[in-house]
Write a protein that binds this ligand. Sequence first.
Ligand SMILES: Nc1ncnc2c1ncn2[C@@H]1O[C@H](COP(=O)(O)OP(=O)(O)O)[C@@H](O)[C@H]1O
Ligand SMILES: O=C(CO)[C@@H](O)[C@@H](O)COP(=O)(O)O
Length: 558
Amino acid sequence: MSSKKYAIGVDYGTESGRAVLVDLNDGAEIADHVTPYPHGVIDEALPESGVRLGHEWALQHPNDYLEVLKRSVPAVMRASGVDPADVIGLGIDFTACTMLPVDASGEPLCFKPELKANPHSWVKLWKHHAAQDEANKINAIAAQRGEAFLPRYGGKISSEWMIAKAWQILDEAPDVYDRADRFMEAADWVVNQMTGSFARNSCTAGYKAIWHKKEGYPSKDFFKALDPRLEHLAETKLRGDVVPLGTKAGELTEAMAQAMGLKAGIAVAVGNVDAHAAVPGVGVVTPGKLVMAMGTSICHMLLGTEEREVEGMCGVVEDGIIPGYLGYEAGQSAVGDIFAWFVDNSVPAYAHEAAKAEGENIHAYLERKASAYKPGEIGLVALDWWNGNRSVLVDTELSGLFLGLTLSTKPEEMYRALLEATAFGTRKIVEAFHSNGVPVDELYACGGLPQKNRLLMQIYADVTNREIKIADSKQTPALGAAMFGAVAAGAANGGYDNIVDAARKMARVREETFKPIPENVAVYEKLYQEYNALHDYFGRGANDVMKRLKAIRNAALH
Ligand SMILES: Nc1ncnc2c1ncn2[C@@H]1O[C@H](COP(=O)(O)OP(=O)(O)O)[C@@H](O)[C@H]1O
Ligand SMILES: O=C(CO)[C@@H](O)[C@@H](O)COP(=O)(O)O
């Protein structure tokens, strides 16, 4: 045992989970290890039974999450050579709302032989979008009843969230609904597997399950108005104490400690949302600083001192990110995913070959070629709705659009247009907050994208006309999760008593920042007006062609 103390943060992403061992003195990331989920994202057919899934479905296998603990935690311990006796706490962060039905002992219903061929018994991943009908009804009924919670979620409850997903289970698989003792966030379920605790964290409950610190869940009357069978949802299948971030959920059990190569009894913090854990991870503990967790999607987080209504925000939750502040969240449901789609589906062989000849990956090749253009020179504008629109329109039925294509358009121009489109989407969000009394003075970026694509970051600075600071940490959500693990352990055990102290000691940003270039800002201002016009035309009902196309496609499929 040494005088140095450590915590482990485990970050559960969409495709993989990673464990990071962190030095509690300065936040140094001593070792990290990634475990790709053995079953990945299940969006075509169920494992074993082969049952086919519908459009917009996205499931996961709960055992994959435990695999991450069993493979990646021992791997970081081995690689670091740190004595397990010096690891005092563990925290996790997760995609959300990623939810699953479990029985009274916490066993996922998809483990039961008689239920495993039913898709509704599996984990519904955050990007499972098949509960849109339920979400539409939730919104219509909540608006009609004048429910006070609706403005706190930007006027719309998303199909990605807990109530819509639970209701979809009831609608389509009432037997699975009846068998479910609880619906749990995967974040809370993994903590349950490590500790035995059924505590629910206030972050996922607040942002994803319409829970409020003072008012709790929506009323029984509201649930009954949705469907009489849902009347008791909150006190039955959503029951469990909702506790603040940084709370110790419990202690690591003997069995899990053995499997993970750690000491039994160490503090395990309640779970957190990946994007939200990144906020203290970049050292943001005060208002005015918008944190962008940039990867397959972007989540935008911001602290405020007052509760404001902001169109299309994902939510405002008291203490939802940092205790003492209102935590605001907005987001874009596809960003890196759009670039991935483009390189996988729309880049011709000659470009792939040229990239290969240069020894570059295809993104780096397209970034280099796209950097040769000045803003405006490509003559294209795109709408970044390949996975629907999460903010500010909150509509998963919207889809992508390219405008300005000609016979001479090159793949790198289209790539640049997509980078710009996602930047315009972020600007829309920045403006929604800023003009509604939640100031955005600076941007902070973390996640995979800022490290992968400099052009992208410069475009974001130019389009938003704001300086962007970049997290020094490569694994910012995991660092944030480890900080909460240290808070769960407490200062008396070598950790911290609160997240602000932990962030001050452990978080860093890089010296280099991305600053807006005035001549680029001026051109992007014009392009943004064009984006905005298209955004409103296709997104606010003037032309619902995107929805009609989906309806025609659905009819053709049946
Ligand atoms: N050079 C690049 N430029 C832009 N996007 C990239 C580049 N390389 C990979 N991507 C995209 O980054 C995303 C992965 O981001 P990352 O932060 O690592 O993952 P996650 O969001 O799952 O945590 C993928 O969607 C991928 O298409
Ligand atoms: O919805 C949220 C956060 O609210 C995210 O968990 C979800 O967008 C997934 O994020 P990543 O793409 O894994 O960064």
